[in-house]
Design a protein around this ligand. Sequence first.
Ligand code: NAP
Length: 337
Amino acid sequence: MATELLRVGVIGTGNIGADHVDRVAHQISGARVTALFDVATDRAKELADQIGAVAMSTASNVINSADVDAIIIASPGEYHAPLTLECISAGKPVLCEKPLAPTVEECDAVIAAEQASGRRLVQVGFMRRNDAGYRHMKDNLASGAIGEPLILHCEHRNPDVPDSFTSEMSMTDSVIHEIDTARWLLSEEIVRVRVIAGKQTPNAASHLNDPQLVIMESQSGVIVSVEVFVNARYGYDVRCEIVGSNGFTSLGVQDLGQYVSDTRRTAVMPANWRIRFGDAYRAEIQDWVNGITMGQPRGANSFDGLCATHVAQAAVRAVKSGATVEIPVLEQPDFYR
Ligand code: NAP
């Protein structure tokens, strides 16, 4: 690469887009932000002014700018596939926030275009792969210390969601992280899913099933249970445990330390996903930059993005039908091995 620092363009400067801009600008090495676009032009301009970048008038201008080497897409999910396809056409690496696309057909189009380009250009924002706790669990499993994995338990609790949030979005926005985590931890595919909604919290909108229990099964028969509870109120709480034939490895409530006041000792936990996964996002972006600098991105790829959407869509069908949905295993192209 001709320039010393990787020049990054960011499309979508809302919650996570603005965080990624800050990470590239201030928290990681080897890159700088040169261009931004958001349909909320004032938001992009204000952010661009703070870091000495340029707010551009279209997403295409960012992607095709001579001052941009690589792109982060953090717009709403429906725009992910068209923008990713544009990045591939421009021959530029792209970190696309999850989901790669809301439909399997759009993911397939990205995979076809990327293979036709002959280069791995796409990374999908499944940042739990960069979380120290999850990596520790994967290492413990790989070491053989806990034996054969038998059951994977996941808990995904969010303090609250807007009223527009639906039972299906619990699968496509929240559980999609557990789907990728399960595939990555177990190194195998999910083949079956069922979703159960039992007693409901009084704190959710009447149209929303909350909590829901998602029960999946992997190719070798590992049961993957996911409790997704998006109005848990008390904090942001993501936990995980692999039960093996000889032991278990787990990731419990994140401990942010404690304070003592008025004769009480209080343990502090994360209030939201930003705090819980801040280090993982930082590691993800640093690894993305390092990967590009060394030749190609090396995080979750387009095929991982496709598989996650494929399973999440099956979970949506399971929410609607109440039945167990079988999930055909997709063939992994050699390009992604
Ligand atoms: P957000 O706060 O709504 O931000 C999205 C931004 O994109 C908004 O500023 C929105 O403007 C703008 N936008 C809308 N249409 C656009 C377009 N066509 N081109 C460019 N920008 C456009 O949403 P968010 O929470 O940041 O989520 C963004 C994406 O990141 C979603 O796909 C979400 O699933 C993903 N995400 C991932 C994680 C993770 O853990 N990996 C966490 C959070 C979010 P308006 O507000 O004016 O519409």
